[in-house]
Design a protein around this ligand. Structure first.
Ligand SMILES: Nc1nc2c(ncn2[C@@H]2O[C@H](COP(=O)(O)OP(=O)(O)O)[C@@H](O)[C@H]2O)c(=O)[nH]1
Ligand SMILES: [Mg+2]
Length: 305
């Protein structure tokens, strides 16, 4: 403690970082978006939807909560998967609270995630999502009972991210664990991602929606250029979609270019909303063999540190 000391004028202001972790597909990104009230992280029923650590910022009068969405933790073999897993684990360090999200009765797939908590000194809440699909109270109890002995959780929070059920409760349970702190992000900022990253993610979300099997895993999207078109009063966006094989390119383009057109139209609507202006979107598909296993490609695409 210094000799001369005074409470700062911000002394009632609290802030902190809250990690959202769990198996793929339990609804982590949906929860983040519901808490922030805006789409900051893309969502889909496909695994590997979230590949990077994404922050969503919730600013209220007396506090700022920074939620850190993570890729689902699962054991994968290629370098992209290993990188994704590392990102998820490193998100656990340097946070004030951890939200462990699940949606089912405990299975062996989750054991390795709980192991990571044992080395932490911060509170971990058990968040049971998708209660809208569970059979009443007994269904929720069944999930709680399956977890309660595996780790000394700080508390249990049953929610539905899609229905926005108990999200206010979640906020009020997390708040006491934040300490006095500054605004880490400006009040109006909702995410730490760049506009380019958000645009490429929205395009990837539409690709995930319209393709099956190996294509979602083999796809990466980069924004190549962004230019104001004064004449048309639009912003012209050009994006490159990378795949690993010519067959994947064919699937993505579809018969007579039908599929890529649909993806483009849907992505354009979302990017319009994001930028609050009309955009003109051009998509290019290119084959880049084995990009998922090349460290330089992964870095260039924004995956990893
Ligand atoms: N019924 C229901 N579905 C949900 C809920 N939250 C998420 N989902 C769905 O679960 C799927 C995976 O969601 P996502 O947020 O991408 O999961 P993540 O991989 O954990 O980030 C999506 O299809 C969501 O619509 C919920 O509260 N109720
Ligand atoms: Mg996700």
């Amino acid at each position: 403690m210094p000799l001369f000391w005074m409470k700062s004028p911000m002394s009632n202001h609290k802030s902190g970082f809250i990690a959202i972790v769990g198996r793929p597909n339990v609804g982590k990104s949906t929860l983040l978006n519901a808490l922030i009230g805006e789409k900051v992280s893309i969502m889909s029923p496909k695994p590997q939807t979230t590949r990077n650590r994404i922050m969503g910022v919730l600013t209220k009068d007396d506090y700022q909560m920074i939620f850190v969405d993570t890729p689902g933790m699962h054991k994968g073999k290629d370098l992209l998967n290993i990188t994704i897993d590392k990102i998820a684990v490193s998100a656990l360090s340097d946070v004030d609270v951890v939200l462990f999200v699940t949606d089912t009765v405990k299975g062996t797939a989750e054991d390795h995630i709980i192991e990571y908590f044992k080395g932490l000194s911060v509170p971990v809440f058990l968040v049971i999502n998708k209660i809208d699909t569970m059979k009443g109270r007994s269904g929720i109890d069944e999930v709680i009972l399956s977890y309660i002995n595996s780790f000394p959780f700080e508390g249990v929070i049953p929610i539905s991210a899609t229905e926005h059920t108990h999200l206010d409760k979640l906020e009020s349970l997390v708040l006491p664990h934040l300490t006095e702190g500054p605004l880490y992000f400006p009040k109006e900022m909702k995410s730490d991602q760049s506009e380019d990253m958000m645009m490429s993610e929205l395009i990837r979300e539409k690709i995930l929606f319209h393709t099956e099997q190996e294509v979602p895993h083999a796809v990466a999207v980069v924004i190549e250029s962004l230019a104001e078109n004064a004449e048309m009063n639009t912003i012209d966006v050009s994006a490159l979609i990378l795949v690993e094989r010519p067959t994947q390119k064919q699937i993505l383009i579809g018969k007579g270019g039908e599929k890529i057109k649909k993806i483009g139209t849907e992505a354009r609507i979302e990017i319009n909303k994001l930028l609050h202006t009309k955009i003109h979107l051009t998509l290019w598909v290119k084959v880049k063999k084995d990009w998922r296993n090349r460290p330089s490609d992964l870095r260039a695409l924004g995956y990893g540190e």
